[in-house]
Design a protein around this ligand. Structure first.
Ligand code: NAD
Length: 482
């Protein structure tokens, strides 16, 4: 079989040592790779390249579409962009996959038997980075959840479960509060889940789900989440498995993928032949599966499990009475190489070879466009000259034919008409205008006229949000108290 081109970056701190160990094991195991090396990280940042990667390196990544990356050091001080975020966004790496496994009794853990895979949406949600200060008192960060983005990640999670013979996929959202955004993610989970009748499905509200995950991780298998919850809970899951230094991670896109350890460059441990290469090695195993070298992936992973089981441990996981031999990075790699062809006797061996093929697809289904009706507009004002009734009075001078002021809210609570005097009001107001007749349409021209008149009254409008219905279904939230 032909070699597969990959791009390799040796990184900073312990990066070069753990990458050398990883590549040595992969090559001895028979990985069919053509490697291109690029430089990333500290030296590149310090040359004044704020992204930490040379423009020419993108050519290699675009060519190979497979990136095995050692950890890097982000220099102290401002102005440096996160290389991970840049790579993720540039290459469209929409899925972050992080297996969190306990290796009891060989590695200390609170949860023997824990074997959870967190599949985190990687591009959307609050990480879109669309933020604005709108008034003296209020800033806003937009949470973007798209149907295609949700479909891609949810399908990836189910396909991953099939390929890895997992039994259950759990979804975490907060759709009791964010009924539209998290509600869409949950709905897509239900729709796509229905295509996988052999996989058990469940949904948890993220707060109680997170508590359950931290308390009884053995109750979970594959867990799929929007970006922010996934960011937080993948760290929690890796930490409670007891194996932060052992966990690998994959960032998967439609066209490209990046594989790494979850830990950083641990600069204080560098150049001493101390570091544990296991996290990067297991990232490498995920890479081999991704490039259809499941045979090699299996050989490496099982030899690594045997090494763990034989008590050949680096300093970070060494336990008196449990471990047999404390070794350095190079000796650990040699121990894994020695065990190639063997598997664990007590831990569960892995098997990737006979697995059904995973579809890595963009998976967003073509859908007919819905009928969209414009039913009104929320006009947001920066205002601090009195009570809600005073604001309603000031807006009383605004008169656009066919449109009326329906309600005013502040921080999501209705304050006019019939507000409560106890409600705290900031300087950020939402004024909801709808048609005079219930559910009648409103036009762009009416909205433009409305804004013109509001401005003419000396009121500072800061943004508008159109109120729509899609196929006759209301597509905006009601206020608390509305
Ligand atoms: P870290 O993960 O590098 O190290 C924390 C501690 O964990 C280390 O002091 C060390 O004791 C231990 N450790 C981590 N990996 C180990 C290994 N493989 N073997 C043995 N011990 C290990 O976290 P940090 O100290 O917060 O960050 C150091 C640098 O790494 C920072 O510059 C940070 O920005 C960067 N970082 C990079 C990545 C990445 O490239 N993906 C991720 C996280 C942090």
């Amino acid at each position: 079989m032909a070699n597969v081109p990959i791009t390799v970056a040796h990184g900073d701190g312990i990066g070069p040592e753990i990458m050398a160990a990883t590549l040595h094991i992969l090559q001895e195991a028979g990985a069919r790779l053509d490697m291109e090396t690029i430089e990333i990280g500290e030296k590149v940042y310090l040359r004044g390249i704020s992204a930490g990667i040379e423009p020419s390196s993108w050519e290699s990544l675009r060519r190979t579409k497979v990136f095995l990356k050692a950890p890097i050091t982000t220099p102290q001080g401002g102005g440096f962009k996160s290389l991970n975020v840049t790579t993720r966004k540039t290459l469209g790496l929409y899925a972050n996959v992080r297996p969190c496994v306990a290796y009891h009794p060989y590695v200390d853990t609170k949860y023997p038997g824990m074997d959870v895979v967190i599949v985190r949406e990687n591009e959307e949600d609050l990480y879109a980075g669309i933020e604005h200060q709108q008034t003296d008192q209020v800033v806003q960060s937009l949470k973007i959840i798209s149907r295609p983005g949700s479909e891609k990640i949810v399908r990836y999670a189910f396909d991953y479960a099939v390929r890895n013979r997992r039994k259950k996929v759990t979804c975490f959202t907060k759709d009791n509060i964010m009924k539209l955004s998290d509600g869409l993610f949950h709905k897509v989970f239900d729709e796509i889940g229905a295509e996988y009748p052999d996989i058990e499905k469940e949904h948890w509200i993220v707060d109680i789900g997170a508590a359950k995950l931290a308390d009884t991780p053995t109750a979970f298998d594959v867990v799929v989440m929007p970006n922010l919850y996934g960011d937080i809970l993948s760290d929690v899951a890796a930490q409670i498995a007891g194996s932060v230094g052992l966990a690998g991670s994959a960032n998967i896109g439609t066209g490209a993928a990046m594989f790494e350890a979850i830990h950083g460059s641990a600069p204080r441990r560098a150049n001493q032949n101390l570091a544990n290469p296991s996290g990067l090695l297991l990232g490498g195993v995920m890479m081999l599966v991704h490039i259809n070298q499941a045979d090699v992936a299996e050989r490496v992973h099982n030899a690594w499990l045997r090494t763990m089981e034989d008590g050949i441990h680096t300093y970070d996981i060494f336990q008196e009475g449990v471990s047999k031999e404390k070794v350095g990075t190079k000796e650990f790699a040699a121990a894994v190489v020695e065990r190639l062809g063997k598997g664990p006797e007590k831990l569960k061996p892995v098997s990737y070879q006979a697995a059904p093929k995973q579809n890595v697809t963009s998976a967003a289904k073509e859908r007919p466009k819905a009928k969209k009706d414009l039913l009104g507009v929320d006009v947001f004002l920066h205002w601090s000259a009195g009570s809600p009734d005073d604001l309603a009075k000031a807006l009383g001078k605004v008169s656009v034919n066919g449109v009326k002021l329906h309600m005013i809210s502040n921080r999501g609570v209705k304050v006019w008409p019939e507000g409560m005097p106890e409600t705290f009001c900031s300087d950020h107001w939402r004024c909801r205008y709808t048609a005079n007749q219930a559910n009648a349409p409103v036009s762009h021209a009416q909205i433009v006229e409305l804004l013109g008149q509001i401005s003419a009254q000396g009121l500072d409008f800061i943004k508008t949000e159109n109120l729509c219905a899609f196929d006759g279904v209301r597509a905006f939230s009601l206020e608390q108290g509305e």
